[in-house]
Design a protein around this ligand. Structure first.
Ligand code: ADE
Ligand code: ZN
Length: 324
């Protein structure tokens, strides 16, 4: 089964590029840039990745990315991930990035875009991989700041496949970002949002109704609201589910209790993703394998999940046809 899952062409729709920063590269970049880290070694960093909830992870995630300073750093970060993903049979990656987390440290949007752009072109050339770019807004910061980032990104609007919404969910409903997402809609930029990871089903409804998103990131808490599940099924809304992330952030106690089988039985369109692979114990293939072990899914189930990801990806018609 491992060989089959590895060979299966996989598209990843939910990946935070800053969450792909492995401790080894974190230490290399810390030295290169003279940034102090709160860990004495790679092992100590890994041992600290023991989370109680989303916020306890975000604290280390924002701390970790402080080593990213130059365009070269962002290039190295993304290429490091693209190479690992390629080795796992991932053929297409959609990367979220968090410009505000860099701007507030004095790292310009131009620096981030230059580095990520270089890596994306290199991945296409050297690995035959396609990628898409999702500029995410931090929901625990003011909506006005998100709006100003969207305007500041004007030179890059054409390069953005979508805008997204991430960071601490509780207490920060999609409603807060209605105007920002409306502006993105008027600019012709598609929209996605994290909703129903730690937040209630109501946030999923708001993301659909107020932000007019085309996909929901996570969405697992929809099961608490049967009418919402029916709506997601009827409208064919795709959820980008991240099972190992949900275990590590205690959204579920154990992978065996993960709602994926129930979501599948409910007829929802699902994809399997890694979220923050450096922090949660593995990439897309590891997430597929964890599901195989926990749920005993057949090859057909994985073919369906991988097919849904390719259907729901931001990719050209030609690329989709080539991968299907
Ligand atoms: N940023 C990075 N990973 C995240 C997650 N799992 N949820 C919300 N924001 C994030
Ligand atoms: Zn995420």
């Amino acid at each position: 089964m491992r060989d089959f899952l590895k060979r299966l062409p996989k598209a990843e729709l939910h990946l935070h590029i800053e969450g792909s920063l492995e401790p080894e590269l974190m230490f290399t970049l810390a030295e290169r840039n003279g940034v102090a880290l709160p860990y004495a070694s790679v092992e100590e960093a890994r041992a600290a990745y023991d989370f109680t909830d989303l916020q306890s992870f975000l604290d280390l995630y924002y701390r970790g990315m402080s080593v990213l300073r130059t365009a070269e750093d962002f290039h190295d970060l993304a290429m490091d991930y693209f190479r690992r993903a390629h080795a796992e049979g991932v053929v297409h990656v959609e990367l979220h990035f968090d410009p505000q987390a860099h701007l507030i440290r004095g790292v310009e949007l131009e620096t981030v875009m230059e580095g990520l752009g270089l890596a994306r072109r290199q991945a296409e050339r050297e690995l035959g991989m396609s990628t898409a770019l999702i500029m995410a807004f931090l929901r625990d910061r003011p909506a006005e700041e998100a709006m100003s980032v969207l305007e500041r990104a004007a030179p890059y609007w054409e390069l953005l496949d979508a805008v997204g919404l991430d960071s601490a969910e509780r207490g920060h409903p999609p409603l807060k970002f209605r105007d920002v997402f409306q502006r993105a809609r008027l600019l012709g930029i598609p929209r996605v949002a994290h909703a129903g990871e730690e937040g209630p089903p109501e946030y999923i409804r708001e993301a659909l109704d107020l932000l007019e998103v085309c996909r929901i990131d996570h969405g697992v808490r929809c099961l608490e609201d049967p009418d919402l599940v029916a709506r997601l099924r009827d409208e064919g809304v795709v959820l980008t589910v991240c099972p190992l992330s949900n275990v590590r952030l205690k959204v579920v106690e154990r992978i065996e209790e993960h709602p994926l089988p129930r979501l599948l039985d409910a007829g929802l369109r699902l994809t399997i993703n890694s979220d923050d692979p450096a922090y949660f114990g593995g990439g897309v293939l590891d997430n597929f394998l964890a599901c195989e072990q926990a749920f005993g899914w057949s090859e057909e189930v994985f073919i369906e999940l991988a097919g849904t990801a390719i259907e729901a990806a931001f990719m050209s018609r030609e690329r989709r046809l080539a991968l299907h």
